[in-house]
Ligand binder design. Structure first.
Ligand code: XIL
Length: 485
């Protein structure tokens, strides 16, 4: 009897609690609404099928009611936007931007400088540094400029780090790295910033969820971010793609550690391409426990996301298991929130549960109100004019510029430097003609030295790009970042 009383009370209590719970979150609350209340963005891609009107009718309704940030699966990549040299195709991207504006979605741009999905014609310039710099600059300037003010955030560089045990730059099968060197990354950020100074700019990569041990990809990226910040390279965010499998149980905590490391550098961490796949062979044999486990992992990621104040976007690489790169290319399956019939999976409920468990009052947002509630734009007016054509001069942001590898003098400097074309004019150095000029790449490696003659130095042999120049006559000197064009 006692036992029965206990259980019936318990049952009643639970019923009461869930009723209150349900009331507080009316049945129609979506993960988008809860994310928005918390100053965060939850998103997914628009699958390539959507751009060709080849997707089930329920896709769009779910997409626009459940998500508040969107990324094009393929349609803003290099091969899609510049299929022929200097001939741009923005049609599909425009379609997405218009859709996003009509439905109040933030837009992520993906991706500007990436070794993959580069248009074939770029390979005609393999190994030609100057030409490749010009190609990349033109691409970034035109693409970012086209959507200026409409794309909130760009993956400026994607997957530039290799998969070695001791991570380093990806040095093979990358037309950009092989032709230009690692400074293609620095330049890409500066050009993107020039084309849209308000856009957030990310470095994006996979396998960042494997922890911060020495030599790991994540710690290599953190080191680069430190260097970029010191050198005034305008990076604002890192994207962890996070394509994982059901067995990868330690990954949420690793993402938390990465968020904390980046918080110290004043950089946001976004989850940009999450999917949590099962091995393809398990298709058809998965049961409730498997889907619950998947849900648990999704929940852990969402918990981390909401608890770390410098995380802003939680983007899943697909909406329905009916359309996912996992099956087509990855030997994995069923990694998303909705099943093939567009039914929300336990993973969806887990994401919802995590959002509910973190009240809006306790979740910090990394964004100002102007980003969370941007002024409404007229959806018809999406084709931005190319306003960047004349505005390619890289602004001098060198006031606090230092490059660790470059030693500087203590003496306060009265020296000033001015680059006109390829000639560097130096004033304020006593005995100007004995001043030594050293030029470093953005990694701090010396690449060129000369002496000042008649107050100037000839830099015409240096390839186009971003550099640090040091002028030194023994007692006075200056370090400054320059853009050689
Ligand atoms: C994938 C798309 O989903 C596929 O359709 C395409 O064939 C290849 O690229 N990392 C990225 C994404 O940054 O752009 C990739 O998208 C998945 C891995």
């Amino acid at each position: 009897m006692k036992k029965f009383q206990f259980f019936s009370r318990f049952a009643l209590g639970t019923a009461f609690l869930s009723a209150t719970f349900l009331n507080a979150y009316a049945a129609d609350a979506t993960i988008r609404e809860l994310a928005k209340e918390r100053g965060r963005f939850i998103g997914t891609i628009l699958n390539s099928e959507w751009f060709n009107d080849d997707i089930e009718p329920q896709f769009e309704e779910i997409h626009k009611t459940q998500f508040n940030v969107v990324v094009a699966e393929n349609e803003m990549k290099f091969d899609a936007t510049e299929p022929k040299e200097n001939e741009f195709n923005f049609e599909k991207g425009d379609k997405m931007v218009k859709y996003a504006q009509a439905n109040g979605l933030r837009v992520r741009g993906h991706a500007l400088a990436w070794h993959s999905q580069v248009a074939g014609w770029v390979n005609n310039y393999s190994g030609q540094k100057e030409k490749l710099l010009a190609v990349l600059k033109n691409h970034i300037t035109k693409v970012v400029g086209h959507w200026k003010g409409q794309i909130a955030e760009w993956d400026v560089v994607n997957e530039a780090v290799n998969d070695d045990y001791n991570a380093d730059w990806r040095s093979t099968n990358s037309v950009w790295y092989e032709g230009i060197g690692a400074e293609f990354l620095d330049s890409a950020f500066v050009w993107a910033h020039e084309a849209d100074p308000d856009a957030e700019l990310c470095y994006n990569d996979y396998s960042l969820e494997w922890g911060l041990r020495e030599g790991s990809k994540a710690s290599f990226v953190v080191e680069q971010v430190k260097r970029w910040k010191k050198n005034n390279i305008p990076i604002t965010c890192v994207g962890t793609q996070t394509h994982i499998e059901i067995a990868h149980e330690t990954t949420p905590q690793n993402v938390r550690a990465l968020a904390k490391a980046l918080a110290e550098l004043g950089v946001t961490l976004n989850i940009t391409e999450l999917d949590i796949g099962f091995p393809k062979g398990s298709a058809g044999q998965l049961g409730a426990a498997d889907y619950a486990k998947q849900g648990h992992l999704y929940r852990q990621f969402m918990d981390v996301f909401l608890e770390e104040p410098n995380m802003g976007e939680f983007v899943i690489w697909g909406l329905t298991d009916a359309h996912s790169w996992l099956d087509e290319q990855q030997g994995k399956t069923e990694g998303l929130l909705y099943d093939k019939q567009y039914k929300p999976k336990p993973a969806y409920d887990s994401v919802m549960a995590s959002l509910k468990a973190h009240p809006a009052s306790e979740v910090k947002t990394p964004y100002p109100d102007s980003i969370l509630n941007p002024p409404k734009t007229n959806p018809k007016d999406t084709t931005a004019k190319d306003t960047t054509a004349k505005d390619t001069t890289i602004r001098d942001t060198t006031v606090k510029d230092t490059t660790d590898a470059i030693k500087m003098f203590n003496a306060p400097s009265s020296v000033s430097l001015q680059l006109v074309g390829r000639t560097l004019f130096v004033t304020g150095v006593t005995a100007t003609n004995s001043a030594k000029i050293d030029v470093f790449d953005m990694q701090g490696r010396p690449i060129f030295s000369t002496k000042c003659k008649n107050g100037s130095a000839d830099l015409s042999t240096i390839a186009e790009g971003l550099y640090v120049v040091r002028v030194n006559n023994g007692s006075t000197g200056l370090i400054k970042r320059i853009a050689i064009k």
